[in-house]
Design a protein around this ligand. Sequence first.
Ligand SMILES: [Zn+2]
Length: 298
Amino acid sequence: MKEIADRIFYIEGQNRGRYPDCHSLFVNDDVSVIIDPAGREDVMKQIAAGPGADVILNTHYHEDHRIYNYLFNDATLLVHELDARGYGHIDEFMSGFSVVNSPALKELWRSFLLETCKYRPYDLSGTFTDGFEIDLGHTTLRAVHTPGHSAGHCCFFFPREGIAYLGDIDLTLFGPWYASNNSDIDAFLQSIERLRQLRPRAVITSHGDGLITERVDERLKRYAEIIHQRDEAIMEFVTQPHTLEEVMTLEIVYRKNQKTPDAFFYWDDRLMIEMHLARLLKAGRLQTRGDAYIPAGQ
Ligand SMILES: [Zn+2]
């Protein structure tokens, strides 16, 4: 644990927080809060056995952000109201993800969720909406609704310290992920813009670099740019008519070895590219001819 401001501790996950690992935040104030307790089982156990946590905040409902929620059994567990339905039965949780289109992959993923991510349903203590604030004693924390990755995704901002925990607005080179049935590209872009307006001095991502204290605005801008680059790569490709399957060969989201329906990330890749195509159609930049996509007005 590294104290990055008075009473605010950064907990670096293993493997640079690579999925299903995750960087976490702990605030050891009069009211103690653990945010996304999903990486570093040893540290989570120390906190649970030591100061404990009064409140668990999850940025969103995804499995890799709540692995160790159960260590803080007595804590108040809160999430944004739009992500609350992701805390029920595992079948309900899984139904929002496109990988369940493949029965074989669905079963593999179910085992992974149960064994590696220790999936379990939770009774939430309550939900919150944008602007929800908790006075922790010496510091204050505010939920900033940042949908796009999931409908209820939130970042947690400490206005006094200028620190923001960004969750899965993770500023990785991979770029934004929006492959569930409650993801939204336009909302994702607006959320990144909203974070830029907060002008945080330091941010913590759930994956990748974790604590970032330099060129934060540039990193946020570059991250949003990846979405536009994906759009433009598609526009360039469809100067010749191409189907969805053909657009997928571009590898603008997932790279090699993910291009057949038995590959785990095929379905995420497919859904994200479908979202781009829908967005470009809606913007009037594309049209369809049969099952192929071509530039509008051609
Ligand atoms: Zn996520």
